[in-house]
Design a protein around this ligand. Structure first.
Ligand SMILES: Nc1ncnc2c1ncn2[C@@H]1O[C@H](COP(=O)(O)OP(=O)(O)OP(=O)(O)O)[C@@H](O)[C@H]1O
Length: 671
């Protein structure tokens, strides 16, 4: 028998197939209402929730002065209270800087935990204090900026989110159906095979991009959906389209909370609940349609044919054009805030008139749903790792431009260095062996810089996507880094091979297959270590700018203590440890052994001081480790680095990310 799917608003016919003939974007009002009625008769599956917040206050502690010793406190939110039920769309509106994003982040359990914010108040779900773990599963957050991979199609983007987040108890066929349902629900069926694109790469339109962002979060069927300015940057048509989509999602049994700056009147008309903020203070909270009569009763009558949203913003904005205007506007805001508190008091503390939008949903909300016992991750580690490898591989294959540029860069350097030191290795003598040392060392510098800068410039974009996905609890951070490192290996190996094949034979380094392959291994491992350093610092640094300032420091110190510029005797005792920390030292030592172990010079002049390869090794100070010793120690360093990547990413991204679960929520406040 055909039935309506509560997840997607779609008609499921007998064989389990979804009937997409109902297009919400072209349906008439009557068709839409009929469908809503049908849906309201169904038993909805996802937990119904009410999100109640009381006395929310947030203070920012700012350090000022030369040594940042003086502390200044700035109150961002003051005693904010309200409630939103399943079935409703709550819009948080206010002028720029009024505290909308701070409030949304606070409600969503996401605040910059590394920040200086301190809060108090209470937030409850269905009357119970929220549990951070299950709240993450129950809710979804759509950020203002759409951080997504440009080289994935819409379908792939939504699929990876579904595959990583939906519980393993759901069958693959069911997951596929849900993905299709979300795509259809968001009106993206026609463009599902299109690449998402980015600012630099043509992709889908801004409105479609925003809907993909919403779809990425919607696959888990969250009961609570938070959106930070979902209409910003969109044209009027796309903005309305997105808000209509949100209304439909709300009507399907979700509580939707969004911030908005200055909506058009037709968008304003779509809001169920409205929370007006000015200077962190509440000016109005209640039904959006009651806002106009409320303000007119206070003596602020919105002129006819005027956009109510514009009118409210004019009323509650602080006018800084002159001190007189500022005084007047501050006085008005204070009056409106007090009037709100008085009205609230007169209403017995309850501003919300029970809403006729979703009586059924509200009834269900009151049945307390146990949402405290949900698993943190949907899958075992290996499955997550497999899915992430799959995505990373797809992206790598599609990064044709980057791969081509890196291949060209590798070949240009190989040919350039090869021409500069052409055939130098074919006639090594006591007078020119230093040239070979120089070539070997320069090759290491070159490979390290290429690998490091490749990562510094590409990783920051990916990092913001990873932070978003981690904040949504999609996967374990170690699974991500492991998959990324593993998938990069074939490409790095290929580039190292190109480089070595060209350079090794042009320079005429030691003529044996064993030496060539060992040389290749050392060059490849050096590139991996350099990439690892860049990845560790990028993952741990608060911003990409700080990362790109720290990384060269590591590299330059490693090069300086790498064994070529400073001899062992020249290194002061208190810096000897730096020599042993330098990955370049071990790579250089290994290359020297490959080239000079038991090597005989072609020309030996009678007055030579350094007369064969072994003497070169002892003069250059690279005898403290053998070839195997150098490779072994640098591998230990490499594994140490991987461990560091894991630890840095795990602790930094879990606890200090810009969008992690609010740190102070657990420690300093009762929220
Ligand atoms: N961590 C912080 N430290 C100091 N001040 C902060 C911090 N976070 C926010 N603020 C300040 O709090 C105020 C409210 O910020 P918020 O971003 O919530 O406003 P908003 O209404 O979302 O603004 P917009 O519409 O411009 O995005 C601003 O004056 C902002 O500078």
């Amino acid at each position: 028998m055909a039935h309506f799917d509560p997840f997607s608003d779609q008609l499921v016919v007998e064989d389990g197939q979804v009937d997409y003939s109902f297009d919400p974007f072209t349906a008439t009002d009557i068709e839409f209402r009929d469908k809503e009625k049908e849906l309201s008769l169904m038993k909805l599956q996802r937990p119904r929730v009410s999100l109640k917040f009381e006395d929310l206050s947030v203070t920012a502690v700012q350090k000022e002065g030369c040594w940042r010793k003086q502390q200044q406190q700035k109150q961002i939110l003051k005693n904010i209270a309200g409630i939103v039920y399943s079935g409703q769309l709550l819009a948080i509106m206010g002028p720029s800087g009024s505290g909308k994003t701070t409030l949304l982040n606070l409600l969503a359990g996401r605040l910059s935990a590394s920040s200086n914010l301190c809060g108090s108040g209470s937030i409850t779900i269905n009357g119970k204090k929220r549990d951070p773990g299950s709240f993450k599963k129950l809710s979804a957050y759509v950020m203002q900026d759409d951080h997504m991979f440009a080289d994935l199609t819409i379908e792939e983007q939504i699929s990876i989110s579904a595959n990583l987040r939906l519980p393993s108890s759901i069958s693959d066929a069911e997951k596929k159906r849900r993905i299709e349902a979300v795509i259809s629900e968001l009106g993206l069926s026609g463009v599902k095979k299109s690449f998402i694109g980015s600012e630099t790469k043509r992709g889908v339109s801004g409105g479609e991009r925003k809907r993909v962002s919403i779809g990425t979060e919607l696959v888990t069927d969250p009961s609570l959906l938070f959106l930070d300015e979902p209409t910003s940057g969109l044209d009027a048509f796309n903005a309305q389209n997105v808000v209509q989509t949100l209304v439909r999602l709300a009507r399907n049994g979700r509580a939707v909370v969004m911030t908005v700056h200055q909506p058009r009147s037709n968008i304003f008309g779509l809001f169920d609940m409205l929370l007006l903020l000015s200077e962190g203070q509440i000016i109005y909270f209640g039904l959006a349609k009651d806002a106009l009569p409320y303000f007119s009763q206070l003596g602020y009558e919105c002129p006819e044919h005027f956009n109510p949203a514009d009118y409210f913003l004019d009323l509650i904005s602080i006018d800084l054009r002159s001190s007189q205007l500022e005084r007047n506007s501050r006085g008005r805001v204070l009056y409106l805030h007090r009037a709100y508190n008085e009205t609230l008091f007169a209403n017995g503390g309850n501003m919300i008139v029970q809403d006729e939008i979703s009586p059924k949903v509200e009834k269900e909300t009151s049945q307390e749903t146990d949402v405290t016992n949900m698993n943190k991750y949907a899958y075992p580690y290996w499955k997550e790792f497999f899915l992430l490898c799959n995505r990373a591989w797809k992206l790598l294959i599609r990064e044709k431009g980057v791969s081509l540029i890196r291949a060209a860069q590798t070949m240009i350097f190989a040919v350039l260095l090869g021409l500069i030191w052409l055939n130098k290795g074919r006639n090594v003598s006591s007078s020119n062996y230093v040239d070979i040392e120089g070539i070997l060392f320069f090759i290491l510098i070159n490979q390290s810089f290429i690998s490091i800068f490749g990562t510094i410039f590409t990783f920051p974009l990916e990092r913001s996507i990873v932070l978003r996905e981690r904040a949504s609890g999609m996967y374990r951070v170690s699974a991500y880094y492991l998959s990324k490192t593993l998938v990069e290996i074939p490409r790095s190996l290929l580039f190292s091979l190109f480089f070595c094949v060209v350079l090794y034979w042009m320079v005429g380094l030691r003529d044996s297959a064993r030496s060539f392959f060992l040389f290749l291994v050392v060059i490849f491992l050096t590139s991996l270590t350099a990439e690892g350093i860049a990845l560790t610092v990028s993952a741990g640094a608060p911003t990409p700018q700080i990362a790109s300032a720290i990384i060269p420091l590591f590299l330059v110190v490693s090069i300086l203590f790498g064994g070529f510029f400073l001899s062992n005797a020249q290194i002061p005792n208190y810096f000897v440890w730096l020599k042993y920390m330098s990955f370049v030292k071990y790579s250089f030592g290994a290359l020297m052994h490959i080239q000079f172990d038991d090597f005989q010079f072609q020309l030996v002049d009678s007055s030579c001081i350094v007369c064969d390869g072994n003497e070169v090794l002892s003069v250059s100070g690279t005898t403290d480790f053998s070839l195997g010793g150098n490779i072994g120690v640098r591998q230990v360093l490499q594994f140490g680095l991987y461990l560091l990547i894991f630890l840095v990413a795990h602790y930094h991204n879990d606890d200090l990310s810009h969008i992690s679960l609010c740190g102070f929520a657990n420690k300093r406040s009762k929220i």
